[in-house]
Design a protein around this ligand. Sequence first.
Ligand code: SF4
Ligand code: SF4
Length: 507
Amino acid sequence: MARTRVAPDFAVRRDTARCINCKACVRLCANGVHVWDEVAGAPVADESKCVGCHFCEEHCPTRALSIERAPAETTSGGHWTRSAIRGIGRQAETGGILLGAMGNDRPQMAYFDRLVLNAAQVTNPSIDPLREPMELKTFIGSRPDRIEIARGAGGRPRLGAPLPPLLEIETPIMFSAMSYGSISLNACRSLAGAAGEIGTCWNTGEGGLHPDLESCADRAIVQVASGRFGVTPEYLARAAAIEIKVGQGAKPGIGGHLPGGKVTEDVSRTRRIPVGSDAISPAPHHDIYSIEDLKQLIFALKEATRYSKPVGVKIAAVHNVASIAIGIVHAGADFIAIDGIRGGTGAAPSVIRDHVGIPIELALASVDQRLREEGLRHRVSIIAAGGIRSSADVLKAIALGADAVYIATAALVALGCHVCRTCYLGKCNWGIATQDPALTRRLNPEVGQTRAANLLRAWSHEIKEMLGGMGVNAIESVRGNRDHLRGVGLSQVELDLLGIKHAGSPW
Ligand code: SF4
Ligand code: SF4
């Protein structure tokens, strides 16, 4: 039987009139796409190796290269799409699971694009954020049911009981969990530095805290995941907050797997596992099979850190997310991070990434609504994650009920990522999702920090502009206030789930 050939995804176009045979593309491409042809005395491309990261295109000194999607080699249609046909071709060749990285990119999942924000006109005048103070400061954590006032010396009033610890951030945008190992140390340095510069938080992911990042630990949310990689009393003590990772939007219900090839000496020290061994996070925490078990872990982490920092739980957005959230609040969590179906990853089975879970917009609205109905909303902060692409997405998420958002893919794009979706190969030409020293050097952490901080600054400015236009001067006023939103082209069921009216409806 003839072997089926899977045609390349990308076509490498080289303008020979512009090419000066400098060999930069041959030297730079970690995937080995460009090779020097001695006979021709010119570079040639092996298109089957191209992942579409566009690194060569952007670094060719004469702009002789362009990387384009290859034309479909089969007649694809609305149902038998190009990716379905290619996926079958690859699986017929390898017999393996198809892997993917970054988030689900299916257009039907983007409810943010069907939501519009309000603006003030005439009776509720808008505010000029350049002249008036505009507050984005956000506190993450649990609020008490009531504040007890006692009488101190001289009858002066004082707090009768200490308040739960709160995480204070200057803008409601934080960097989501990305472990050292899945991304390079320079990428971690960039994000950690930017979080410190702006006054927000970054997240270690489940990879432990590298010694070089300890100086940024006061702005770190540290994860405790099922693999417990790098979790020590010092790790917990240094953090600003602790996050128990139960689920992830890109791969709900399954664990994680960092291939041994990415577990370098440095990664092994940080994760406290042998060099070259696969870092496997089991799908469940083997000590959590009930809300009671989760409560014990939250209690243990709070005891270990003397109740000095918020302890939260990260879950994937799934069908019964609101009920799960209620259980998490009763277990004593100070915040819940909900990661929607568009959440990013360094590696996940594509079939799970694309078909398991629900969009963050629907999950967020239902959790916020349910917590309000149960009188529990003040007991917990909600962090929304999974496909946040712009300041408008941030503000819409907050109007749907989030206290703050996590961004990951957007942060990596700020560092140079071109969303080629092959992070799992460990050959990221942009020096982000790789541990290859020759590649990681390509990302200058100072430049990365500036770019990531600029992104947060720009989005924060835009949020202030939108708030001013809405006639409000504090992000707090928009939180869970769905009157600021209207839906466009959504069914009544979708509108009801989101808790909003259709565009054109009056107050
Ligand atoms: S980098 Fe550009 S100019 Fe240099 S060899 Fe490659 S295609 Fe030619
Ligand atoms: S981080 Fe690198 S490998 Fe991953 S999608 Fe971005 S450019 Fe591609």
